[in-house]
Design a protein. Structure first.
Lengths: 214, 214
DNA sequence: GTCAACGAATTTGTATACAAGAACATTGAA
DNA sequence: TTCAATGTTCTTGTATACAAATTCGTTGAC
């Protein structure tokens, strides 16, 4: 694995999570190779890695396609994400230090700024930083890795989520409550709030389905 | 990815989780290639995949080594595993059908048989089947995948766990309680029991440390 | 007109060749 | 004796070549 292979992996992964390569799209080896100006070998190695983490589906002798999950599967992924986030929040409530608290509060403030400007893209970006700050505050490196990884994997399915009416305001209000619970050291409350914050339920299930049926 | 590459990936992964390739061991490409009678290309592809899921560490230009985690990291992995198992158990309590229940009871019985024969290896094997039955009963395909994957990853660190005094009997007793909670539909209780069943705590933390310091 | 079968062309999987960087040993000086 | 420098060797990373399989198009029969 050299810089090329690693870079390629990131490039393709980025293309997937940003929607440039939508779910179901075929990833042609020679096409990618010419596009990035390399041979097929590093492209294949990059695809193998993405296949191992579930971002692309490798069909033997039939090429790679961007992983395409059905609604139930995506729902299940959000379920697990909610649980991992809840765990991170609970640990953060008990373990966070001054630096962690400062990072979380700063991220919350940036979320507030974006919400006031009604800038959905900016909020989306700051939201990610906010959640990562909580992962870090959990002081569990492995949990942080798992959360970041799953978060990335869910990005293609969450991109449109925030565009639904009032979602940004509701999300921000929930963020405030979560921060209160964490800084107060209330692990149980932080868990419940985060699980609810992430979980796909009620109306949002319909929203999710809508994003999956283009 | 052909049969060779896929097989190779499984072979090496198996070698890692069975301890044939212990943590920290260098995985030489040509050595593996000659051993399995193939060229370096499929070996590299297999290693890439194992690197992507964290079983081996890929150091650029310096080869691959079996991932070697420090005690804290392993502890964190068990923490996450406990949470995922708890989640699976909770879902299983609410969602299990007749087939699921039968599979869990059958697995429990096999655990009992192994325990009566004092057969640690057999118990280790049946224990895995028991836990997988719970994953399946959660009726969340994604959660099941995550649990199986993390379970495999922890195998090298759990192999010796069951050998400590009385661990098998305690484990079996916990299994019985867990089954009671699941079949009774008591999700909350199943969660608590499973979290405790998996979590590394008290004396077992010392046991874990012991297995990590050879 | 539809479907099946056969053949060409594209594409994947593996091996090999080559280039570049890292590990290692040998030699020399302090 | 120890340490540093340099050259050799070994290993990794990438490209290319070739083999095998799948896909697609064409042709033919019903």
């Amino acid at each position: 694995m050299s810089a090329t292979s690693q870079t390629l992996r990131d490039e393709i992964e980025n293309g997937i999570v940003t929607g440039e390569f939508p779910p179901g799209e075929r990833l042609d080896e020679v096409q990618l190779a010419t596009r990035y100006g390399v041979s097929r070998t590093p492209v294949r190695e990059a695809l193998m890695q993405l296949g191992a983490i579930g971002l692309v589906e490798m069909r033997p002798r039939r090429g790679a396609v961007v992983a395409e999950h059905g609604p139930e599967r995506v729902f299940e992924m959000f379920e697990v994400m909610a649980e991992l986030e809840a765990m991170a929040g609970g640990l953060a409530a008990r373990r966070h230090g001054d630096n962690d608290k400062a990072a979380i509060l700063a991220a919350l403030e940036q979320c507030q700024n974006a919400a006031e400007k009604n800038d959905t893209d900016q909020y989306y970006y700051e939201n990610e930083i906010f959640h990562r700050a909580i992962y870090t505050a959990s002081h569990s490196g492995f949990l942080e890795e798992q959360c970041v990884s799953l978060h990335r994997r869910l990005r293609p399915y969450r991109r449109l989520q925030l565009r639904v009416r009032n979602r940004m305001k509701v999300s921000l209000a929930e963020h405030c409550e979560i921060v209160d619970a964490i800084t107060a050291g209330d692990a149980q409350k932080a868990r419940l709030l985060l699980r609810h914050h992430i979980a796909v339920q009620g109306d949002r299930f319909g929203d999710l389905l809508a994003t999956l049926r283009p």
